[in-house]
Design a binder for this molecule. Structure first.
Ligand SMILES: Cc1cc2nc3c(=O)[nH]c(=O)nc-3n(C[C@H](O)[C@H](O)[C@H](O)COP(=O)(O)OP(=O)(O)OC[C@H]3O[C@@H](n4cnc5c(N)ncnc54)[C@H](O)[C@@H]3O)c2cc1C
Length: 519
């Protein structure tokens, strides 16, 4: 039996961040990942001979503290890419393109609409800025506020005051609104409204008119990439390049990494974490066990309900985590032509969400267990930024498509070919001729995402990111600070605060919390 100071379960990007920071503090750390490759949903896999792609395909929130603290540049991460544009397709009026950090400048709209957009964008960025400091801190403990909690809350109150009376009132009015109403108050252009509706609801079981849907947009805009707030980049080498840099940082810090190592049990002694058991029967001992996988799997499967308080078990069992996002990968003979889109803009993000109604209508069937017959989607062509992802002259198309409910009423075996057909028809309408160039297609439904990445519900955030499952209530009320009711057992994956996306923040916060509590 081998002993460590800390064992990290799961080699997704958050597990890698937490393991590296713990190892750098002098601890002997072992990271165990069940797949043969590190990276979770951010790893780059071959999906057809010579064609590679990563399920998470756009970098828009890898936190600067993570990049800095882990020296990711020194470990090969290239952060020099300029922010990629977003183009909204699929409308008779032609495309709209947002440039730089979420539309510093927008092509394809009237001067009046450009002014309205610029005011709304500035307002949303100011408001998202108030929430930003909360991202990299454990949520304040209600009723037991520490000095750090007080300073965080004080800082936010100050940021609110600095907004001025009008802006402060506006923030308090808007914070729990839905994105559709906010867009209607400021904009007239359906394409811009469709984009906001899409971005606010991406990865969630929400339509743009669902209460509090604006929170998803704040979350998106609190991220940054390519040196700009709200920006995004398509990383060279795919997301796998980010994972490679994280893996190098972990190895340099002395983390012992095992892939193909499935954790089947978290061992407890005297009610405290004592180590883990692997599928092979091998036992590893450590007084600190850090779970970078889903909270429900951690407690209900690996610890076991018998070891836990019944009220806690009920809360964990009630976390909503049924995903609605599917992923399409196409191996194409040639680069598809989207009429009216320049070669440069084709390298960015292409969104098919032509209006609020388009997104809302796509969401409606999902409420009743049906997929969207007219889906909304974001498309990238990652091989244009990194030609090594496809054979010469060929192209990879990667699209996140909504809505695809995890529990499809007719079952995914029957529903998948029909949903693929609906997606391809939408693509053909926007890129005529594309169907004739398809060499291979791979559609991952939430059920496929669940089994491929061991993500229950196939959920983007390892648990819905809605008002009742955020901040103090993430993953569950009363246990939002990475530590858990089991002494020595910590959470550090997307299911903990602040949520999912390739940010590294849950891993960063958890490691900071462990280091502070074990000091
Ligand atoms: C369709 C889709 C598209 C997305 N697109 C984007 C995007 O473009 N940009 C973005 O920022 N985010 C995107 N996301 C979200 C992002 O992928 C996730 O939020 C992120 O991967 C979560 O990272 P993580 O490290 O917390 O967990 P994961 O990436 O889920 O990694 C967890 C790891 O733990 C391992 N594991 C599980 N159980 C065990 C066990 N018992 N023993 C050992 N190992 C185990 C898994 O194999 C996995 O490697 C997308 C998500 C989906 C579903």
């Amino acid at each position: 039996m081998t002993s460590y100071d800390a064992i990290v379960i799961g080699g997704g990007h958050n597990g890698l961040v937490a393991a590296t920071l713990l190892a750098r503090s002098g601890r002997k750390v072992r990271l165990v990942e069940t797949a043969d490759t590190l990276g979770g949903a951010a790893r780059t896999d071959e999906f057809a001979p010579g064609f590679r792609v990563s399920t998470a395909h756009i970098l828009n929130r890898l936190h600067p503290d993570v990049i800095r603290q882990l020296d990711l540049a020194a470990h090969g991460l290239d952060t020099s890419a300029a922010p990629a544009p977003t183009t909204v397709l699929g409308d008779r009026e032609g495309p709209v393109t947002l440039r730089s950090g979420y539309g510093d400048h927008v092509d394809g709209i009237s001067p009046d609409e450009a002014k309205a957009w610029s005011e709304l964008r500035a307002l949303l960025l100011r408001q998202a800025g108030i929430l930003k400091p909360f991202l990299t801190r454990r949520p304040p403990r209600l009723g037991k506020l520490s000095r750090a909690d007080m300073s965080l809350l004080g800082g936010s109150a100050l940021a609110l005051r600095r907004l001025g009376k009008e802006d402060m009132r506006e923030f308090l009015r808007m914070v729990l609104m839905n994105v559709a109403d906010v867009a209607d108050e400021h904009l007239t252009d359906d394409r811009l409204k469709g984009l906001l509706a899409f971005d606010a609801t991406l990865g969630s079981h929400l339509g743009p008119r669902s209460p509090t849907s604006l929170l998803g947009l704040y979350y998106r805009l609190a991220g940054e990439a390519g040196g700009s707030v709200g920006g995004q980049t398509i990383p060279a080498g795919g997301m796998g390049a980010v994972i490679n840099a994280l893996a190098r940082a972990a190895a340099a810090a002395g983390v012992e990494i095992s892939t193909g190592a499935n954790v089947t049990r978290i061992a407890l002694e005297g009610g405290k974490a004592a180590g883990v058991t692997l599928g092979t029967g091998e036992e590893l001992r450590a007084g600190t066990v850090v779970s970078a996988i889903n909270p429900a799997t951690t407690f209900l499967d690996l610890v076991g309900p018998r070891e836990l308080d019944i009220a806690f078990v009920r809360k964990i069992g009630n976390i909503r985590m049924k995903g609605d996002a599917a992923k399409l990968h196409l191996a194409l003979d040639t680069v598809p032509d989207f009429p009216g889109i320049s070669d440069a803009d084709r390298k960015g993000r292409l969104v098919i969400a032509t209006s609020t109604d388009h997104v809302e209508n796509a969401f409606n069937p999902a409420k009743y267990g049906e997929f969207s017959p007219e889906p909304v989607m974001e498309i990238t062509l990652p091989s244009l930024s990194d030609p090594t992802l496809a054979p010469d002259g060929a192209c990879v198309l990667s699209a996140v498509v909504q809505y695809a409910p995890y529990d499809l009423r007719e079952g995914w075996e029957t529903g998948k070919p029909k949903f693929l057909e609906a997606i391809l028809a939408t693509l053909e309408a926007n890129a005529p001729g594309i169907r004739n160039t398809i060499r291979h297609s791979e559609l991952l439904t939430p059920a496929d995402i669940e089994s491929r990445y061991r993500m229950p519900g196939g959920h983007w955030h390892h648990g819905e990111l809605q008002a009742d499952q955020m901040l103090f209530s993430r993953p569950v009320a009363g246990h939002s600070g990475y530590d858990t009711p089991v002494g020595g057992l910590y959470l550090c994956g997307a299911g903990s605060h602040p949520g999912g996306g390739i940010s590294g923040v849950p891993g960063l916060n958890a490691a900071r919390n462990i280091l502070a509590s074990e000091r």
